[in-house]
Write a protein that binds this ligand. Sequence first.
Ligand code: FAD
Ligand code: FMN
Length: 783
Amino acid sequence: MKIAIIGGGPAGLYAAILLRKQRPLAEITVYERNRADDTFGFGVVFSDATLDNFEKYDPPSYRRITQEFAYWDDIAVHFRGTVHRVGGNGFCGCSRRKLLLILQERARELGVSLRFETEIDDESRFADADLIVLADGINSRFREKHIAHFEPEVDVRSNIFAWMGSTRPLDAFTFIFQETEWGPFIAHAYQYEAGRSTWIFETDPATFKRAGLEGLNERQSADRMAEIFGWFLEGHPLLTNRSMWRNFPMIRSRRWVKDNMVLLGDAKATAHFSIGSGTKLAMEDAIALTEAMEHAPTVGAALEQYEQGRREEVEKTQHAADVSLVWFEHVDRFWEFDPVQFAFGVMTRSKAITYDNLTLRAPDFVAEVDKAIARQVRAKGFNVDVEKPLAPMFQPMRLREMELANRAVVSPMCMYSAKEGVPTDFHFVHYGSRAIGGAGLIFTEMTCVGRDARITPGCTGLWNDEQEAAWRRIVDFVHANSAAKICLQLGHAGRKGATKLMWDGMDRPLEESGWDIVSASPIPYFPDSKMPREMDRAAMDAVKGAFAQAAERGERCGFDMLELHCAHGYLLASFISPLTNRRSDEYGGPIANRLRYPLEVFEAMRAAWPAHKPMSVRISATDWAEGGITGDDAVDIARAFAEAGVDLVDVSTGQTVRDAQPVYGRMFQTPFSDQVRNEARVATMCVGNITTSDQVNTILAAGRADLVALGRPHLVDPAFTLKAAAWYGADGVFCPPQYLPGKEQIFRNSVRDRQDFEDLKIKAKPKTRAELKAEAAKPLAAE
Ligand SMILES: Cc1cc2nc3c(=O)[nH]c(=O)nc-3n(C[C@H](O)[C@H](O)[C@H](O)COP(=O)(O)OP(=O)(O)OC[C@H]3O[C@@H](n4cnc5c(N)ncnc54)[C@H](O)[C@@H]3O)c2cc1C
Ligand SMILES: Cc1cc2nc3c(=O)[nH]c(=O)nc-3n(C[C@H](O)[C@H](O)[C@H](O)COP(=O)(O)O)c2cc1C
């Protein structure tokens, strides 16, 4: 077999090593345009898990690599004169140059032919090769040459960064967030061998300009960085090596394989440096390719298997990198945070590390975070314990005069079980049991302001006395038997009205006994949905009046809070999104116009609703669709509602148009809540695939939301909050006297269960290489 590899970086060299081990008779040649020791950059970083992989696939190179490594366990966050250290991270650094020399040496030993100073610009010279590996890096000429086939998507990020080095020793992966007269600068720094550390500097384009970095040469810009970070460098110089300031390109390719050619490493996909995974991904691609070549009958089948098998892992890493880079791009959002909360945000930014996980590794750090949050709550007039604070989920909160006992919320969820809009026994039991279950706040399902405002024939309403009486009974039960507050969500279905019950076909039009529907513009939801009528002034006034009347009825029912539903493509959302609003009057066009009617409705409700009671608005913070609402629009929308008197923005997303492309995942909507909360400076509630109390605490502790709503988890577990309270020892959680024996039991058992769980986790956790190295270096204890 003949294999040509273009590019002698980590991907190309490691692929050459592994493929040659697998096929000792194969003729494998690596073509590299640079000289053998002519490498750029400083150190690379690997996690312990990646090193385990290297050990498995090629022990000799693993041993040589690890001999050269600098190990560390801690991450240190320097911010506004403070430093917070968190251990147990298990990372290693190595010189990129040494890594490449080790891989070259190992490849040679195995009989790989290495051709340096050989630039390849055409694959036709490899016509007789069975396999051509395109490992030609981030600016891959071959990816670009076959652009129509590989279809790369290049997202050039806004922040500007440069890779430098220093002799400054470091005993932790170090993040420094530095305020300057020009704006914030960030250093990501780690040691990779004795006396050498990598320094990546990053800043936003405006700060870059203000700092006068434009037009400076490498040395001058290094001097500018040395001035800014001089206090930390302690006289150590900054070193340069092709240390140009650049924008990071996030690259994703639709295809990785063309005939017998395959993209590997940075050539196919990149991952932002802030999660230190570029070299790891490149070398693990080589592992995946070799695995596929082992098992598949032909090269073609192997390449297909490589792409299919590897894509999910790469995309997951890229997603984590995306979330992380966005955090760094928006660091100014958190600049006013308490430093320990800021550091918690750094640690948990890409979702892999959580509150519980940090509690195991760095209990003192988490205790400090809890205290900082308790102090903020105390400053709002609550008499909470600051020395031994409860977990963030169990901190109280106030909106106007409504006090919530904790931050867990039952999200609004249609039950499709009403009769002519009247809530039934099902609703009574449903809301009642969730209130008893301990959540601080319960939302009603979208309750419609008129018969024709309903989504389905099973939706609840609040336009007549019978409905009002049924709701009053539910509210009274909640108030009499729980500590929960209850919020009425009012809405109008708009163009998604007159549709079937969820279990008969979500959003599908009713075949019989439907009703006339209205929307901002006459655009049906499905092509075969009923055509909505564009609302005229009279219809707008009538619906606005219906919202205000329903708010008055809500007050008579005794609801504690009121929410206006402006999300998910329903009537008011259809005004806000440009995808569903094509109006040419003063309610269409720019965002300020599209918001006009929803704000008019909000103001009418606010006037009808008692001033001491809070109001929220649910928005879709993105349409997940080209030309639709984005996170930046959501900030403007939130600001407009805040000015109109909203107390909380309930941040959901999507469901506006059929062809949306949502990116699902754990806590997938939380970044939008984070953006709205910390840019518009308004209290938010987040929701969406949040399933554990650990996630709830992580979100709250990082300041990404003020309240956390859970929908589906509450459908199967009304006592979600009570159980979480037992886990975190929050024994002040409300429990009705009838259920106290159950509460006592779960609280007693939880102490032991939690201890067992933590012991197990600690026992199951292998020692990091840094810990092993430290142990080996310790002198034997005297007998
Ligand atoms: C200037 C620079 C500095 C970096 N510094 C660091 C760092 O300090 N730490 C870190 O962790 N990561 C660093 N990175 C990123 C990291 O190196 C990559 O994520 C990782 O190296 C990807 O490996 P790769 O093999 O896919 O690509 P690369 O390492 O980029 O290797 C591609 C190789 O292909 C060669 N090549 C390209 N085109 C041709 C051609 N037509 N013919 C022949 N040869 C060709 C290139 O010369 C290069 O050696 C740096 C990247 C750059 C560009
Ligand atoms: C059955 C069901 C009904 C829903 N009904 C409503 C509703 O009436 N109003 C609303 O704003 N959101 C509604 N939603 C959305 C939820 O409030 C929540 O935002 C969504 O389920 C994501 O949260 P989760 O992942 O915790 O379930 C509904 C969701 C489900 C699953």
